[in-house]
Design a binder for this molecule. Structure first.
Ligand SMILES: Nc1nc2c(ncn2[C@@H]2O[C@H](COP(=O)(O)OP(=O)(O)OP(=O)(O)O)[C@@H](O)[C@H]2O)c(=O)[nH]1
Ligand SMILES: [Mg+2]
Length: 397
């Protein structure tokens, strides 16, 4: 039931919608919408405008209030917008109500992330995982009317499973989900065997928010050539490389990046990709220190690690992109309290070094700064585990 995908010549235009809830400040939501705009660009559309509304809570019927929705509808019509994208997961009835009102294609954050994953998936494994997540998302939302027409032309959110005759589709989709789950079980088993065959070598995994430079660092450390670019979710499949520092061999893996509100269906179906993290001995948590909300990103990664049961591993933070770090120095006579953007790299180093007992590094994977430091941290930590695991094998180092 998959239809061929047509590539459109003109990129689609999109507007973004966010709600500022009582406990949030506007700057935070602004930041979120910037991230959503980056996701939209990664998916191949052009973000034209963002609408926000301050509300006590998201509207249970239409996400934003009805006045705002009218405003959005006028904008969509006047500017011939193709897509309206909401910065949160909409439930099936919200989706229907909003579609009825706006009469154009609606995507939510989950759908958008699923679409990007679908484009990025290269291997049969990743494709199966994404397809499963897409069907799981689609099943309760099958009553949508717009996608049906628009699918014929292709476009964001329409790749992968589509909607045909709704009732028969439900059954077909349920069968398909069952089949994909079986396929995944089989692949998972193969993967588990592969991982077992790697023996007892110490395993280190790179984790972190998307686009922080994990693959770039992997390339530096393992002298390989993994795809890295300034887009979200450049990596979907785990890559494992053998790395040797001095005489000490270990396995290094590069994994899928995390993001705020990573769709639950994706986390579920990426279980075996995430097993790589669960089964590693050491995690290197890569952070983009040049990003204005890097601290929040650290929190999101830690929370995701917790959810997948990999929070108890020895974890070392690698602050990357120090070359791109900027801050606003304060005037000496400025007595207002310093904000986060007034903190210098030196101060950040002091804080984090103290907090982590000196067990973190500050590097630029791009400019090859402080690579020696990260290699010696790795050497020291891998050696500790290696010597426990192979107590008689001390000639290695
Ligand atoms: N300025 C600067 N840019 C960097 C550095 N390291 C990586 N980048 C850039 O950051 C972008 C993302 O790098 P990737 O290595 O693909 O990041 P990733 O964490 O693997 O991203 P995903 O696989 O999408 O989760 C690329 O454009 C890199 O060139 C660095 O030290 N400094
Ligand atoms: Mg990557």
């Amino acid at each position: 039931m998959r239809e061929p995908i047509e590539t459109k010549i003109n990129p689609e235009t999109a507007i973004l919608i966010g709600v500022i809830e009582k406990y949030q400040d506007a700057a935070e939501v602004e930041e979120y919408l910037q991230e959503l705009a980056f996701l939209v660009e990664t998916a191949g559309a052009i973000p034209r405008h963002a609408f926000t509304q301050q509300l006590e809570h998201q509207d249970p019927r239409t996400f934003v209030g009805s006045g705002k929705l009218g405003e959005i509808r006028d904008y969509v019509q006047e500017n011939e917008i193709d897509l309206v994208i909401f910065d949160d997961e909409l439930n099936p009835s919200q989706l229907r109500n909003i579609e009825r009102e706006l009469k154009c294609r609606i995507l939510d954050r989950t759908n958008l992330i699923l679409d990007i994953f679908a484009r990025r998936a290269q291997t049969a494994h990743a494709k199966t995982q994404v397809e499963l997540a897409q069907y799981e998302y689609l099943l309760p939302r099958l009553t949508r009317m717009w996608t049906h027409l628009e699918r014929q032309r292709g476009g964001i959110g329409l790749r992968g499973p589509g909607e045909t005759e709704i009732e028969t589709d439900r059954r077909i989709i349920r069968d398909r989900i069952a089949k994909l789950k079986e396929d995944l079980k089989r692949i998972d088993k193969q993967k588990a065997v592969q991982r077992k065959n790697r023996g007892k070598m110490v395993r280190v995994a790179l984790v972190g928010y998307t686009n922080v430079g994990k693959s770039t660092l992997m390339n530096v450390l393992s002298k390989s050539n993994i795809f890295a670019e300034n887009k979200l979710f450049a990596t979907l499949d785990t890559t494992v490389r053998k790395v040797v520092i001095e005489n000490l061999p270990f396995l290094l893996s590069d994994t899928v990046g995390f993001i705020r509100k990573l769709p639950h269906t994706l986390v579920e179906s990426f279980k075996s990709t995430l097993d790589e993290l669960r089964e590693s001995d050491i995690l290197l948590h890569v952070v983009d220190i040049s990003h204005s909300s890097f601290e929040e990103q650290i929190g999101i990664v830690n929370q995701t690690l917790q959810e997948i049961g990999a929070r108890d591993k020895p974890t070392y933070i690698v602050f990357n992109k120090i070359d791109a770090f900027t801050y606003i120095a304060r005037e000496e006579d400025d007595l207002s309290p310093p904000t986060q953007e007034n903190v210098s790299l030196g101060d950040l180093k002091k804080t984090w070094m103290a907090q982590s007992n000196g067990q973190c590094v500050f590097i630029s994977a791009k400019n090859l700064e402080n690579i020696k430091e990260i290699r010696s941290l790795l050497y020291e930590k891998v050696k500790e585990i290696h010597s426990k695991r192979y107590p008689y094998n001390d000639y290695l180092y």
